[in-house]
Design a protein around this ligand. Structure first.
Ligand SMILES: O=C(O)C(=O)C[C@H](O)C(=O)CO
Ligand SMILES: [Zn+2]
Length: 278
């Protein structure tokens, strides 16, 4: 079963007035993994979809959803998958791809059938991002060894982290989807500091590998008008193109960033000095 819910896009002036509850209702995606189902959130931010496939007792198949009005989910879309659990299998139009922990798969537009399942005793957790696509690029698996790796930050500032670019155009041909994974080194808690905005792309952050009983405070909003949302493990947050996106955990964690929009230029960011944030 494929479930979906819908989120509108927002004007920053309106968001200034949101209560905690409204902020959470509009931007937090609280449940990514639902047993034996696919759970998706369709946003009006570049028509980006984020969600998860969680096959526990049976295989789950990606079905089209009402918002698409297309026969198959991928008729006009591309899909990125990153497995944040144990090894599992993804079958794309009969072709089987085994995905280990932190391995990714790009699935091109036009594929008709995508099935997620276990491939042994391990429990996979497939995190999904999808964006509209204008061209059918080949489906391709990307392992951590194929990633473009960037070491960022400094323990002195509690933000030492390893950024793995997985589904980016130097590694995979993609229409507009970009995905990667940033791992905070133990003892470090801040991601994406100094923060940035990129008015040409929206973004979704999905947090995982967070110790039980710990939490993450995710920061959003225009740089001079920020808000925060507390998140738990396996939750995601939508970042409008006008918003910063950064977080601090009560311990270290890993997160997946997924983007779509006007360009594929990862470096196209407007950085904000930390002492200018409000
Ligand atoms: O830790 C970071 O810094 C990031 O991972 C930043 C994201 O990749 C991002 O926001 C890309 O636009
Ligand atoms: Zn960003």
């Amino acid at each position: 079963m494929t479930n979906s819910e819908f989120r509108y896009a927002h004007h920053p002036e309106d968001v200034k007035r949101y209560t905690t509850e409204e902020l959470r209702d509009h931007f937090l995606i609280p449940e990514i993994f639902k047993k034996d189902e696919i759970n998706l959130t369709y946003t009006m931010y570049d028509r980006f979809i984020a969600g998860g496939a969680f096959p526990v007792d049976k295989a789950v198949k990606l079905e089209t959803i009402d918002y698409l009005k297309s026969e198959n989910f991928l008729d006009r879309r591309e899909l990125g998958i990153i497995n944040v659990g144990g090894t599992g299998k993804v079958t794309v139009d009969g072709e089987v791809y085994e995905l280990g922990h932190k391995e990714a798969l790009y699935v091109g537009q036009g594929n008709k059938e995508v099935i997620f399942e276990k491939s042994g005793n391990e429990q996979p957790y497939f995190y999904l991002n999808s964006a509209p696509a204008h061209k059918a690029y080949p489906t391709k698996k990307v392992s951590k060894k194929d990633a473009e790796v960037v070491e960022l930050g400094d323990s002195k500032y509690c933000n030492k982290r390893v950024l793995n670019k997985l589904i980016v155009n130097s590694i995979v041909e993609t229409c507009q989807l970009q995905m990667g994974m940033t791992e905070l080194v133990e003892g470090n808690i801040w991601n994406t500091m100094p923060p940035h905005t990129h008015s040409r792309r929206m973004e979704v952050y999905f947090y995982f590998d967070l110790e039980e009983d710990q939490t993450i405070s995710h920061y959003m909003g225009q740089p001079q008008e920020t808000r925060h949302i507390f998140l738990q493990n396996h939750q995601a947050v939508i970042s409008p193109e006008w918003s910063i996106h950064a977080g601090a955990g009560t311990s270290n964690y890993t997160f997946i960033w997924g983007m779509a929009g006007e360009n594929l230029d990862y470096g196209d960011m407007d950085k904000v000095a930390v002492n200018e944030l409000k």
